[in-house]
Design a protein. Structure first.
Length: 132
C-alpha cells in the first residue's frame, strides 16, 4: 500500500479521519453499521467507545472491570465507522477530563473513561455525530 504524501503527518496532527479519507480520496466501507456506546461504571465513571457487537463489549467490560457495576446507558447506530472514530476522538480532545479510571482497575479501555458528572457534556458532543 502506497500512502499519499502528507498522509501520516495529517494523522499525527490529529486531523479528523473523515476529512483525511475525503482529502486523499480513500474509499470508506460505510455499509457496516458501527455502534457508539456509553456505559456506566458504578455510577462514578462513564466508559465510552465503539463496537460492532454491544453484547460482546458488555461481557468483556464486565470481565475486565470486576470492581465496577457495569450498566449500558445508551447506544447509537452510526453507519459510517469513520464517524465513530471521530466521535471518540472528539470526546477525548474536548475539555472533558478523560482517562480518569486507574489502569489497574480497567486495563483495557481506561483512556475512554470520564467522570459520570460529565455525562451531559459527553451527550452534547454525541448529538453532533449521531444520525438524524
Amino acid at each position: 500500500l502506497q500512502l499519499p504524501r502528507g498522509f501520516c503527518n495529517d494523522i499525527r496532527r490529529g486531523k479528523i479521519w473523515q476529512d483525511i479519507y475525503q482529502q486523499y480520496d480513500i474509499p470508506v466501507k460505510s455499509n457496516k453499521a458501527t455502534i457508539f456506546y456509553l456505559i456506566s461504571l458504578s455510577d462514578q465513571y462513564i466508559k465510552f467507545g465503539r463496537t460492532n457487537n454491544i453484547e460482546r463489549r458488555l461481557i468483556d467490560t464486565r470481565h475486565k472491570s470486576k470492581n465496577f457495576n457495569v450498566k449500558l446507558l445508551c447506544t447509537y447506530n452510526i453507519k459510517c465507522p469513520i464517524k465513530t472514530i471521530d466521535l471518540e476522538k472528539a470526546i477525548i480532545s474536548s475539555d472533558i477530563k478523560t482517562s480518569v479510571v486507574n489502569r489497574d482497575l480497567l486495563p483495557s479501555g481506561f483512556s475512554e473513561t470520564a467522570y459520570f458528572s460529565d455525562l451531559p457534556n459527553i451527550l452534547q458532543i454525541v448529538e453532533k455525530y449521531k444520525p438524524d
